[in-house]
Design a protein around this ligand. Structure first.
Ligand code: GAP
Length: 512
């Protein structure tokens, strides 16, 4: 199965097995908005819990917050979102489809780079062992020609983005002969800036003074509460504030399932430090965050850092952690050294001091901030796409199995009476009632045992425990491992401790 087919499979599996549904489906859906089903919500809660515990529970110098989605509108002026949270938009006049101009150009550049790689691959096969790749790359006329085009377009594009030169962004699209993927034509409108914030109004009157925004990031709720939290927790710098919650962006190019949504959830932590120490902390948080991802047990080659070449106006260092989704390496988390931009700007706009008195230095200052910001929905997508496997078994049949890390699995164990009679359900319920006190478990007596195993494999349940007639005789049960499908007979009294130890988040936290 190629990546595209795998991705389609992830989307259909998510719907069929109750992970993710399109929003408002009976009304034909709402673009780039999704609902989480029974297993999706469990998975999402478990990932959030893993993040929260790794941040707040394991670090004595990080504390939590849950700020409101509605905030004073001036906050978004101070943060720069009103003036600068824009995407450059272009429409194709024939298909009437709207695109991000920067994405069209980036896709064009990626296609050119792809052409080079294909040429190199062909030459590798042709020349075999004798192939000198660096020499070929630097001398082959076709490759050097494409590379020159890439360099020229990229430097124009970078300048156009930095200077918001919308006319030149359009000209690049025209010069590169980029066509609309729907109409196939080059009939483009001008490029316009489009603000990504959703607005709404508060109160009975729809006056402009009551206009509010749905927050496009959770971070600003942390900045404006910086002193409230610091004073009430008596935290000393360096310390962090963590929060998770919904954010909203009117994304123009909302594609790729839950990768780019209009309503999504972020998990953000702002770490307040002494000015001058921020780069050290930035490096340390980069390492810590990558370790958090690696701890899931997926191949480490699935992750990489990508440094930002163009820094946002507020940052003095920034990198993304990218994950290899079925559609390629893409950002899953951002780590930014945000300087004192946000706090200083809120001081200016609110007229209130947001300074920290440092008892060791005996002076006050506006702290610098290192931010880690991760999309919860992107984590769900990473786990679903990495876990879903179609296996061909020895007897030639296939099974869909979700190899979700045990501590994140929606259902931790399924308790299955072999038959719906002879006292087996009662015995199974006895065990189930013990297990459910620890974690979300399921009792299932419907259909054949084979079908029930398959159902649990498809939602990623690590263990299935079967109660059969032998259980009534000697109190033993079979425990089936999702990944190996091996079954072992153990005493029913041991199930609780064995299973719960294997699925417990504590073991995962210990590894961090
Ligand atoms: N406070 C910094 C901030 O918001 P960002 O890079 O814009 O930075 C952080 O967003 C993370 O939020 C991203 O790495 C991504 O995982 C997630 N994210 C951003 N936009 C998203 C969207 N439209 N849909 C889903 N997740 C999104």
């Amino acid at each position: 199965m190629n990546n595209e087919e795998h991705f389609k499979n992830v989307i259909s599996h998510s719907k069929e097995y109750g992970f993710i549904f399109p929003s408002s489906e009976i009304y034909d859906g709402l673009s780039a908005v999704y609902d989480y089903g029974t297993y999706g919500v469990e998975l999402k809660n478990n990932i959030r819990n893993y993040w929260w515990k790794a941040m707040v529970q394991l670090n004595e110098n990080i504390v939590g917050l849950d700020s409101a989605i509605f905030m004073h509108p001036t906050i978004w002026k101070a943060s720069g979102h009103v003036d600068a949270f824009n995407d450059p938009l272009i429409d194709n006049k024939d298909s009437k489809k709207r695109y991000r101009a920067d994405v069209l150009i980036e896709e064009y550049l990626a296609k050119q780079a792809d052409k080079i790689e294909k040429e190199v691959e062909k030459a590798k096969k042709r020349f075999g062992e004798k192939f000198d790749e660096p020499l070929y790359r630097s001398t082959n006329p076709r490759i050097t020609e494409i590379q020159t085009t890439i360099n020229n377009v990229y430097s124009r594009f970078k300048k156009g983005m930095e200077e918001s030169d919308l006319a030149d962004l359009r000209q690049i699209i025209v010069d590169c002969e980029i066509v609309c993927p729907i109409s196939g034509t080059k009939n483009w409108t001008d490029v316009r800036q489009f603000n990504l914030m959703f607005s709404t109004s508060m109160g009975a009157m729809e006056e402009s003074s009551n206009q509010l925004y749905l927050r496009p990031e959770t971070a600003q709720g942390i900045f404006v509460n910086f002193l409230n939290v610091q004073k009430t927790t008596r935290m000393k710098i360096p310390f962090g504030i963590a929060q998770t919650g919904k954010a909203f962006r009117n994304e123009i190019v909302a594609r790729q399932f839950i990768f780019r949504m209009r309503e999504f959830e972020q998990m953000e932590m702002q770490f307040f430090v002494q000015p001058g120490t921020e780069i050290e902390w930035y490096e340390s948080w980069k390492k810590k965050r990558l370790a958090w991802h690696h701890n899931l047990g997926f191949p480490q080659t699935k992750y990489r850092f990508k440094d930002h070449t163009k820094l946002a106006h507020y940052a003095n260092a920034a990198a993304d952690i990218e994950f290899e989704f079925p559609f390629g390496f893409k950002e899953i988390e951002g780590i930014h050294s945000r300087t004192d931009f946000d706090l200083k700007s809120h001081e200016k706009f609110s007229g209130k001091k947001l300074q920290y008195f440092d008892p060791e230095l005996n002076s006050s200052y506006v702290p610098y901030v290192v931010e880690t910001s991760i999309g919860l929905d992107r984590m769900v997508l990473a786990i679903l796409s990495q876990s879903l496997t179609k296996e061909t078994l020895e007897d030639g049949t296939t099974r869909d199995v979700m190899n979700i890390p045990h501590f994140l699995a929606p259902v931790k164990a399924a308790v299955l009476p072999l038959m719906k009679k002879d006292g087996l359900p009662e015995k199974a319920l006895e065990l189930f009632n013990k297990l459910k006190l620890h974690s979300f478990c399921q009792y299932d007596e419907k259909d054949s045992i084979g079908k029930r195993y398959r159902r649990q494999d498809a939602i990623g349940t690590p263990y299935a425990i079967t109660i059969d007639h032998q259980t009534l005789e000697d109190n033993t049960v079979t425990i089936r491992d999702r990944d190996t499908m091996k079954q072992e007979r153990i005493n029913m009294d041991e199930v609780e401790s064995i299973v719960m130890k294997k699925v417990d988040i504590t073991e995962a936290l210990k590894r961090l």
